[in-house]
Design a protein around this ligand. Structure first.
Ligand code: ADP
Ligand code: ASP
Ligand code: MG
Length: 423
Protein backbone atom coordinates (compact mmCIF):
# COMPACT_ATOMS: atom_id res chain seq x y z
CA UNK A 1 0.00 0.00 0.00
CA UNK A 2 1.40 3.37 -0.90
CA UNK A 3 0.43 6.99 -0.58
CA UNK A 4 -0.35 8.65 -3.91
CA UNK A 5 -1.35 12.28 -4.56
CA UNK A 6 -3.68 12.96 -7.48
CA UNK A 7 -4.17 16.44 -8.94
CA UNK A 8 -7.04 17.21 -11.31
CA UNK A 9 -7.08 20.43 -13.36
CA UNK A 10 -10.00 22.67 -14.25
CA UNK A 11 -11.09 20.86 -17.42
CA UNK A 12 -10.91 17.54 -15.58
CA UNK A 13 -13.28 18.96 -12.92
CA UNK A 14 -15.30 20.93 -15.49
CA UNK A 15 -18.79 19.42 -15.10
CA UNK A 16 -20.80 17.18 -12.80
CA UNK A 17 -20.13 14.23 -15.15
CA UNK A 18 -16.38 14.92 -15.13
CA UNK A 19 -16.33 15.20 -11.33
CA UNK A 20 -18.13 11.85 -11.19
CA UNK A 21 -15.48 10.40 -13.50
CA UNK A 22 -12.73 11.79 -11.26
CA UNK A 23 -14.47 10.10 -8.32
CA UNK A 24 -14.54 6.79 -10.26
CA UNK A 25 -10.83 7.06 -11.00
CA UNK A 26 -9.96 7.93 -7.40
CA UNK A 27 -12.22 5.15 -6.09
CA UNK A 28 -10.36 2.70 -8.34
CA UNK A 29 -6.97 3.67 -6.83
CA UNK A 30 -8.45 3.50 -3.34
CA UNK A 31 -9.91 0.05 -4.01
CA UNK A 32 -6.48 -1.09 -5.27
CA UNK A 33 -5.24 -0.50 -1.73
CA UNK A 34 -3.60 2.93 -2.06
CA UNK A 35 -3.99 5.84 0.29
CA UNK A 36 -5.11 8.73 -1.90
CA UNK A 37 -4.95 12.49 -1.35
CA UNK A 38 -6.67 14.45 -4.13
CA UNK A 39 -5.92 18.07 -4.97
CA UNK A 40 -8.53 19.52 -7.35
CA UNK A 41 -8.56 22.81 -9.25
CA UNK A 42 -11.67 24.94 -9.56
CA UNK A 43 -14.10 23.89 -12.30
CA UNK A 44 -12.82 25.26 -15.63
CA UNK A 45 -13.61 28.92 -16.18
CA UNK A 46 -14.52 29.49 -12.54
CA UNK A 47 -11.32 31.28 -11.47
CA UNK A 48 -11.58 33.55 -14.53
CA UNK A 49 -15.24 34.22 -13.77
CA UNK A 50 -14.48 35.22 -10.18
CA UNK A 51 -11.55 37.44 -11.14
CA UNK A 52 -13.72 38.99 -13.87
CA UNK A 53 -16.38 39.92 -11.29
CA UNK A 54 -13.71 41.57 -9.17
CA UNK A 55 -12.50 43.62 -12.14
CA UNK A 56 -16.07 44.80 -12.76
CA UNK A 57 -16.22 46.14 -9.23
CA UNK A 58 -12.78 47.70 -9.18
CA UNK A 59 -10.09 48.07 -11.86
CA UNK A 60 -7.40 47.27 -9.28
CA UNK A 61 -9.03 45.10 -6.64
CA UNK A 62 -7.42 44.67 -3.23
CA UNK A 63 -5.08 41.67 -3.36
CA UNK A 64 -6.22 40.19 -0.05
CA UNK A 65 -9.84 40.28 -1.16
CA UNK A 66 -8.92 38.78 -4.53
CA UNK A 67 -7.52 35.77 -2.70
CA UNK A 68 -10.61 35.48 -0.49
CA UNK A 69 -12.63 35.38 -3.68
CA UNK A 70 -10.49 33.25 -5.99
CA UNK A 71 -9.93 30.55 -3.35
CA UNK A 72 -13.65 29.74 -3.31
CA UNK A 73 -13.48 28.04 -6.72
CA UNK A 74 -11.43 25.19 -5.30
CA UNK A 75 -13.54 25.00 -2.15
CA UNK A 76 -16.62 24.34 -4.28
CA UNK A 77 -14.99 21.72 -6.52
CA UNK A 78 -13.39 19.93 -3.55
CA UNK A 79 -16.64 19.49 -1.68
CA UNK A 80 -18.42 18.35 -4.86
CA UNK A 81 -15.74 15.72 -5.38
CA UNK A 82 -16.12 14.52 -1.77
CA UNK A 83 -19.87 14.18 -2.34
CA UNK A 84 -19.32 12.31 -5.61
CA UNK A 85 -17.00 9.85 -3.84
CA UNK A 86 -19.49 9.33 -1.01
CA UNK A 87 -22.26 8.76 -3.57
CA UNK A 88 -20.07 5.95 -4.95
CA UNK A 89 -19.69 4.45 -1.48
CA UNK A 90 -16.17 5.76 -0.74
CA UNK A 91 -15.49 7.53 2.55
CA UNK A 92 -14.06 10.97 1.78
CA UNK A 93 -13.49 14.31 3.42
CA UNK A 94 -12.45 17.66 1.94
CA UNK A 95 -10.39 20.43 3.50
CA UNK A 96 -9.49 23.94 2.41
CA UNK A 97 -5.85 25.04 2.58
CA UNK A 98 -6.36 26.92 5.86
CA UNK A 99 -7.96 23.91 7.53
CA UNK A 100 -4.99 21.63 6.83
CA UNK A 101 -3.20 24.11 7.31
CA UNK A 102 -0.98 24.83 4.32
CA UNK A 103 1.09 27.77 5.56
CA UNK A 104 2.32 30.37 3.10
CA UNK A 105 3.94 33.79 3.15
CA UNK A 106 1.70 36.85 2.82
CA UNK A 107 2.30 37.66 -0.87
CA UNK A 108 -1.35 37.73 -1.88
CA UNK A 109 -2.07 36.35 -5.39
CA UNK A 110 1.43 34.84 -5.61
CA UNK A 111 2.09 33.33 -2.21
CA UNK A 112 4.73 30.68 -1.58
CA UNK A 113 4.14 27.58 0.50
CA UNK A 114 6.27 27.43 3.66
CA UNK A 115 5.02 24.36 5.46
CA UNK A 116 2.24 21.82 5.53
CA UNK A 117 0.88 20.18 8.67
CA UNK A 118 -0.22 16.73 7.55
CA UNK A 119 -1.63 15.49 10.89
CA UNK A 120 -5.27 15.91 9.92
CA UNK A 121 -4.77 14.34 6.52
CA UNK A 122 -2.93 11.37 8.04
CA UNK A 123 -5.70 10.85 10.56
CA UNK A 124 -8.29 10.58 7.81
CA UNK A 125 -6.13 8.35 5.62
CA UNK A 126 -5.56 6.03 8.56
CA UNK A 127 -9.34 5.92 9.05
CA UNK A 128 -9.63 4.68 5.47
CA UNK A 129 -10.87 7.91 3.90
CA UNK A 130 -9.87 9.58 0.68
CA UNK A 131 -8.71 13.09 1.58
CA UNK A 132 -9.35 16.04 -0.71
CA UNK A 133 -7.32 19.22 -0.24
CA UNK A 134 -8.17 22.39 -2.17
CA UNK A 135 -5.50 23.37 -4.69
CA UNK A 136 -4.12 26.87 -5.23
CA UNK A 137 -4.30 28.20 -1.66
CA UNK A 138 -3.05 28.40 1.87
CA UNK A 139 -3.08 30.64 4.91
CA UNK A 140 -0.52 33.17 6.15
CA UNK A 141 0.68 33.70 9.73
CA UNK A 142 -2.10 36.25 10.36
CA UNK A 143 -4.80 33.79 9.26
CA UNK A 144 -5.42 35.43 5.88
CA UNK A 145 -6.29 33.19 2.94
CA UNK A 146 -3.65 33.38 0.21
CA UNK A 147 -3.46 31.98 -3.33
CA UNK A 148 -0.42 30.65 -5.14
CA UNK A 149 -0.69 32.28 -8.58
CA UNK A 150 -2.42 31.00 -11.71
CA UNK A 151 -1.96 27.30 -12.22
CA UNK A 152 -1.06 26.99 -8.53
CA UNK A 153 -2.91 23.74 -7.88
CA UNK A 154 0.02 21.90 -9.46
CA UNK A 155 2.22 23.37 -6.74
CA UNK A 156 -0.25 22.49 -3.98
CA UNK A 157 -0.26 18.88 -5.14
CA UNK A 158 3.51 18.50 -5.39
CA UNK A 159 3.98 20.27 -2.05
CA UNK A 160 1.49 17.93 -0.34
CA UNK A 161 3.26 14.97 -1.96
CA UNK A 162 6.62 16.29 -0.72
CA UNK A 163 5.37 16.96 2.82
CA UNK A 164 3.79 13.51 3.07
CA UNK A 165 6.62 11.69 1.27
CA UNK A 166 4.13 10.29 -1.21
CA UNK A 167 5.29 7.59 -3.59
CA UNK A 168 4.22 9.62 -6.60
CA UNK A 169 2.31 12.76 -7.52
CA UNK A 170 0.02 12.19 -10.49
CA UNK A 171 -0.97 15.37 -12.35
CA UNK A 172 -4.13 14.47 -14.28
CA UNK A 173 -4.91 16.97 -17.01
CA UNK A 174 -6.58 17.41 -20.40
CA UNK A 175 -3.57 16.15 -22.39
CA UNK A 176 -1.99 12.73 -21.94
CA UNK A 177 1.46 13.97 -20.97
CA UNK A 178 4.18 16.51 -21.67
CA UNK A 179 4.66 17.02 -25.40
CA UNK A 180 7.56 18.33 -27.48
CA UNK A 181 5.50 21.52 -27.66
CA UNK A 182 1.90 22.53 -26.96
CA UNK A 183 -0.11 20.00 -29.01
CA UNK A 184 -2.82 22.63 -29.46
CA UNK A 185 -0.41 24.74 -31.50
CA UNK A 186 1.49 21.96 -33.28
CA UNK A 187 -0.70 18.90 -33.93
CA UNK A 188 2.44 16.91 -34.87
CA UNK A 189 3.86 17.39 -31.37
CA UNK A 190 4.84 14.10 -29.73
CA UNK A 191 4.39 12.94 -26.18
CA UNK A 192 7.59 12.29 -24.25
CA UNK A 193 7.51 9.21 -22.01
CA UNK A 194 10.13 10.82 -19.76
CA UNK A 195 11.44 14.35 -19.49
CA UNK A 196 14.40 15.37 -17.39
CA UNK A 197 13.75 17.57 -14.39
CA UNK A 198 16.03 20.28 -15.80
CA UNK A 199 14.25 20.37 -19.14
CA UNK A 200 10.88 20.50 -17.41
CA UNK A 201 12.10 23.44 -15.29
CA UNK A 202 13.09 25.33 -18.43
CA UNK A 203 9.90 24.43 -20.33
CA UNK A 204 7.72 25.55 -17.41
CA UNK A 205 9.64 28.75 -16.81
CA UNK A 206 9.63 29.60 -20.53
CA UNK A 207 5.87 29.38 -20.83
CA UNK A 208 4.67 25.75 -21.17
CA UNK A 209 1.75 26.01 -18.82
CA UNK A 210 1.25 22.27 -18.47
CA UNK A 211 2.96 22.56 -15.05
CA UNK A 212 3.34 25.65 -12.88
CA UNK A 213 7.07 26.36 -12.48
CA UNK A 214 6.88 26.31 -8.67
CA UNK A 215 5.57 22.75 -8.75
CA UNK A 216 8.62 21.64 -10.74
CA UNK A 217 10.89 23.45 -8.28
CA UNK A 218 9.24 21.59 -5.39
CA UNK A 219 9.61 18.30 -7.21
CA UNK A 220 13.33 19.00 -7.63
CA UNK A 221 13.94 20.19 -4.10
CA UNK A 222 12.21 17.24 -2.45
CA UNK A 223 12.76 14.64 -5.19
CA UNK A 224 9.05 13.97 -5.67
CA UNK A 225 8.34 11.67 -8.61
CA UNK A 226 5.82 13.57 -10.76
CA UNK A 227 3.87 12.10 -13.66
CA UNK A 228 1.62 14.08 -16.03
CA UNK A 229 -1.23 12.00 -17.46
CA UNK A 230 -4.72 12.20 -18.92
CA UNK A 231 -7.90 12.55 -16.89
CA UNK A 232 -9.96 12.01 -20.02
CA UNK A 233 -9.35 8.28 -20.54
CA UNK A 234 -11.79 5.62 -19.31
CA UNK A 235 -11.64 6.10 -15.53
CA UNK A 236 -11.70 2.36 -15.01
CA UNK A 237 -8.57 1.44 -17.01
CA UNK A 238 -6.41 -0.87 -14.86
CA UNK A 239 -4.28 0.91 -12.24
CA UNK A 240 -1.18 -0.99 -13.49
CA UNK A 241 -1.70 0.48 -16.96
CA UNK A 242 -2.43 3.97 -15.69
CA UNK A 243 0.59 4.09 -13.39
CA UNK A 244 2.99 3.79 -16.35
CA UNK A 245 1.11 6.12 -18.72
CA UNK A 246 1.77 9.80 -19.49
CA UNK A 247 5.12 11.49 -18.92
CA UNK A 248 7.41 10.93 -15.95
CA UNK A 249 9.67 13.74 -14.83
CA UNK A 250 12.94 12.03 -14.11
CA UNK A 251 16.01 13.06 -12.16
CA UNK A 252 18.18 10.60 -14.04
CA UNK A 253 19.57 11.67 -17.36
CA UNK A 254 20.65 8.96 -19.75
CA UNK A 255 22.55 9.03 -23.00
CA UNK A 256 19.40 8.62 -25.02
CA UNK A 257 18.08 11.88 -23.62
CA UNK A 258 21.29 13.72 -24.49
CA UNK A 259 21.13 12.33 -28.00
CA UNK A 260 18.03 14.40 -28.62
CA UNK A 261 19.69 17.78 -29.01
CA UNK A 262 16.48 19.73 -28.62
CA UNK A 263 13.68 18.07 -26.66
CA UNK A 264 11.02 20.73 -26.67
CA UNK A 265 9.85 24.15 -27.82
CA UNK A 266 8.28 26.54 -25.33
CA UNK A 267 6.63 29.87 -25.99
CA UNK A 268 5.01 32.70 -24.14
CA UNK A 269 2.84 35.54 -25.30
CA UNK A 270 3.01 37.25 -21.90
CA UNK A 271 5.91 39.43 -22.96
CA UNK A 272 6.50 43.14 -23.47
CA UNK A 273 9.65 45.02 -24.44
CA UNK A 274 10.78 48.52 -23.45
CA UNK A 275 13.81 50.44 -24.71
CA UNK A 276 15.53 53.57 -23.46
CA UNK A 277 17.33 55.23 -26.38
CA UNK A 278 20.49 57.29 -26.08
CA UNK A 279 21.22 56.68 -22.42
CA UNK A 280 24.55 58.22 -21.26
CA UNK A 281 26.86 55.19 -21.00
CA UNK A 282 28.38 55.67 -17.57
CA UNK A 283 29.17 53.14 -14.82
CA UNK A 284 26.06 52.33 -12.84
CA UNK A 285 23.56 53.06 -15.61
CA UNK A 286 22.10 49.53 -15.61
CA UNK A 287 21.57 49.78 -11.88
CA UNK A 288 19.96 53.22 -12.19
CA UNK A 289 17.47 51.75 -14.66
CA UNK A 290 16.81 48.32 -13.21
CA UNK A 291 17.09 49.20 -9.50
CA UNK A 292 13.81 51.14 -9.40
CA UNK A 293 12.14 48.46 -11.57
CA UNK A 294 13.11 45.77 -9.06
CA UNK A 295 12.04 48.01 -6.17
CA UNK A 296 8.59 48.20 -7.79
CA UNK A 297 8.46 44.38 -7.64
CA UNK A 298 8.56 44.00 -11.43
CA UNK A 299 10.41 40.95 -12.74
CA UNK A 300 12.78 41.69 -15.61
CA UNK A 301 13.48 38.87 -18.02
CA UNK A 302 15.82 39.57 -20.96
CA UNK A 303 18.20 42.54 -20.92
CA UNK A 304 20.14 44.00 -23.83
CA UNK A 305 22.62 46.85 -23.76
CA UNK A 306 24.20 47.97 -27.02
CA UNK A 307 27.74 49.04 -27.82
CA UNK A 308 27.92 52.72 -26.98
CA UNK A 309 28.28 55.24 -29.76
CA UNK A 310 29.59 58.69 -28.83
CA UNK A 311 29.03 58.04 -25.15
CA UNK A 312 25.41 56.92 -25.31
CA UNK A 313 23.83 53.50 -25.58
CA UNK A 314 20.39 51.93 -26.08
CA UNK A 315 19.09 49.78 -23.23
CA UNK A 316 16.22 47.28 -23.72
CA UNK A 317 14.54 44.80 -21.43
CA UNK A 318 11.45 42.64 -21.31
CA UNK A 319 8.82 42.26 -18.59
CA UNK A 320 5.63 40.28 -18.19
CA UNK A 321 2.83 41.90 -20.21
CA UNK A 322 0.82 42.34 -17.01
CA UNK A 323 3.54 44.66 -15.73
CA UNK A 324 3.91 46.57 -19.00
CA UNK A 325 1.80 49.64 -18.12
CA UNK A 326 3.47 50.00 -14.73
CA UNK A 327 6.94 49.65 -16.22
CA UNK A 328 6.29 52.24 -18.90
CA UNK A 329 4.89 54.64 -16.37
CA UNK A 330 7.98 54.22 -14.21
CA UNK A 331 10.32 54.74 -17.17
CA UNK A 332 8.56 57.81 -18.50
CA UNK A 333 8.00 59.56 -15.21
CA UNK A 334 10.95 58.54 -13.11
CA UNK A 335 13.79 56.50 -14.58
CA UNK A 336 14.04 58.12 -18.04
CA UNK A 337 14.39 61.68 -16.71
CA UNK A 338 16.73 60.52 -13.92
CA UNK A 339 19.24 58.81 -16.24
CA UNK A 340 18.85 61.38 -19.02
CA UNK A 341 17.51 58.98 -21.66
CA UNK A 342 16.78 60.39 -25.11
CA UNK A 343 13.50 58.62 -25.83
CA UNK A 344 11.51 55.68 -24.54
CA UNK A 345 10.01 53.23 -27.00
CA UNK A 346 7.97 50.14 -26.21
CA UNK A 347 6.29 47.14 -27.79
CA UNK A 348 3.80 44.87 -26.09
CA UNK A 349 3.16 42.80 -29.22
CA UNK A 350 6.17 40.56 -28.75
CA UNK A 351 6.50 36.96 -27.67
CA UNK A 352 9.26 34.64 -26.56
CA UNK A 353 10.03 31.35 -28.33
CA UNK A 354 12.58 28.98 -26.83
CA UNK A 355 14.26 25.72 -27.73
CA UNK A 356 15.12 23.48 -24.76
CA UNK A 357 17.29 20.37 -24.47
CA UNK A 358 19.97 18.93 -22.22
CA UNK A 359 21.71 17.72 -25.39
CA UNK A 360 22.50 21.36 -26.20
CA UNK A 361 25.30 21.17 -23.64
CA UNK A 362 27.32 18.87 -25.83
CA UNK A 363 26.33 19.98 -29.34
CA UNK A 364 27.39 23.04 -31.28
CA UNK A 365 25.43 24.79 -34.00
CA UNK A 366 22.07 24.37 -32.32
CA UNK A 367 21.36 28.07 -31.91
CA UNK A 368 22.47 28.75 -35.48
CA UNK A 369 19.92 26.23 -36.81
CA UNK A 370 17.31 28.11 -34.82
CA UNK A 371 18.36 31.45 -36.31
CA UNK A 372 18.53 30.02 -39.83
CA UNK A 373 15.05 28.53 -39.52
CA UNK A 374 13.59 31.82 -38.37
CA UNK A 375 15.35 33.75 -41.12
CA UNK A 376 14.03 31.33 -43.76
CA UNK A 377 10.54 32.16 -42.50
CA UNK A 378 11.34 35.89 -42.73
CA UNK A 379 10.99 36.34 -38.96
CA UNK A 380 13.08 39.10 -37.41
CA UNK A 381 14.77 38.34 -34.09
CA UNK A 382 14.65 41.28 -31.68
CA UNK A 383 16.50 39.82 -28.71
CA UNK A 384 18.35 36.60 -27.91
CA UNK A 385 19.19 34.95 -24.63
CA UNK A 386 20.97 31.67 -24.05
CA UNK A 387 21.80 29.36 -21.19
CA UNK A 388 23.35 25.91 -21.06
CA UNK A 389 20.23 24.07 -22.13
CA UNK A 390 18.06 26.69 -23.86
CA UNK A 391 18.05 29.48 -26.43
CA UNK A 392 15.23 32.03 -26.39
CA UNK A 393 14.34 34.74 -28.87
CA UNK A 394 11.97 37.67 -28.71
CA UNK A 395 9.98 38.12 -31.94
CA UNK A 396 6.82 39.89 -33.12
CA UNK A 397 3.92 37.93 -31.63
CA UNK A 398 2.05 37.60 -34.90
CA UNK A 399 4.74 35.12 -35.99
CA UNK A 400 4.66 33.03 -32.82
CA UNK A 401 2.81 29.99 -34.13
CA UNK A 402 4.72 30.04 -37.41
CA UNK A 403 8.02 30.13 -35.53
CA UNK A 404 7.04 27.30 -33.18
CA UNK A 405 5.89 25.07 -36.06
CA UNK A 406 8.97 25.77 -38.17
CA UNK A 407 11.36 25.10 -35.27
CA UNK A 408 9.49 21.95 -34.26
CA UNK A 409 10.03 20.61 -37.77
CA UNK A 410 13.61 21.88 -38.17
CA UNK A 411 14.71 20.06 -35.03
CA UNK A 412 12.98 16.85 -36.12
CA UNK A 413 10.62 16.81 -33.16
CA UNK A 414 7.78 15.56 -35.34
CA UNK A 415 9.74 12.38 -36.19
CA UNK A 416 9.08 9.09 -34.42
CA UNK A 417 12.35 8.30 -32.62
CA UNK A 418 11.16 5.01 -31.14
CA UNK A 419 12.71 2.90 -33.93
CA UNK A 420 16.11 4.56 -33.49
CA UNK A 421 15.90 3.97 -29.75
CA UNK A 422 15.74 0.23 -30.28
CA UNK A 423 19.09 0.07 -32.09
P1 ADP B 1 -5.02 21.97 -16.01
O1 ADP B 1 -6.29 22.73 -15.98
O2 ADP B 1 -5.22 20.49 -15.97
O3 ADP B 1 -4.05 22.45 -14.96
P2 ADP B 1 -3.59 23.48 -18.01
O4 ADP B 1 -4.46 24.12 -19.04
O5 ADP B 1 -3.04 24.31 -16.93
O6 ADP B 1 -4.39 22.22 -17.44
O7 ADP B 1 -2.36 22.72 -18.71
C1 ADP B 1 -2.61 21.77 -19.73
C2 ADP B 1 -2.43 22.46 -21.08
O8 ADP B 1 -1.05 22.82 -21.23
C3 ADP B 1 -2.71 21.59 -22.27
O9 ADP B 1 -4.08 21.59 -22.59
C4 ADP B 1 -1.83 22.19 -23.36
O10 ADP B 1 -2.57 23.02 -24.23
C5 ADP B 1 -0.85 23.09 -22.59
N1 ADP B 1 0.56 22.82 -22.92
C6 ADP B 1 1.49 23.77 -23.18
N2 ADP B 1 2.66 23.23 -23.46
C7 ADP B 1 2.51 21.90 -23.38
C8 ADP B 1 3.39 20.79 -23.56
N3 ADP B 1 4.67 20.95 -23.88
N4 ADP B 1 2.88 19.54 -23.39
C9 ADP B 1 1.60 19.36 -23.06
N5 ADP B 1 0.72 20.36 -22.88
C10 ADP B 1 1.15 21.62 -23.04
N1 ASP C 1 -7.88 27.59 -10.38
C1 ASP C 1 -6.58 28.20 -10.43
C2 ASP C 1 -6.34 28.80 -11.80
O1 ASP C 1 -7.20 28.74 -12.64
C3 ASP C 1 -5.48 27.26 -10.04
C4 ASP C 1 -5.30 26.07 -10.96
O2 ASP C 1 -6.18 25.71 -11.75
O3 ASP C 1 -4.22 25.45 -10.88
O4 ASP C 1 -5.31 29.37 -12.03
MG1 MG D 1 -2.74 24.09 -14.92
Amino acid sequence: MSLIVHKYGGTSMGSVERIQNVARRVAKWHAAGHQVVVVPSAMSGETNRLLGLAKEISPQPDARELDMLASTGEQASSSLLAMALMAQGVAARSYTGWQVPIRTDSSFTRARIRSIDDARIRGDLDAGRVVIVTGFQGVDDEGNITTLGRGGSDTSAVAVAAAMKAKECLIFTDVDGVYTTDPRVVPEARRMTVVSFEEMMEMASLGSKVLQIRSVEFAGKYHVPVRVLSSLTDPLIPVEEEMVSGTLITFEEDQKMEAAVVSGIAFSRDEAKVTLLAVPDTPGVAYSILGPVAAANIDVDMILQNQSVQGTTDFSFTVNRNDFARTLDLLKNQIGPAVGAGEIVSDDKVCKVSIVGIGMRSHVGVASLMFRTLSEEGINIQMISTSEIKTSVIINDKYMELAVRALHKAFGLDQDKSEEDKI
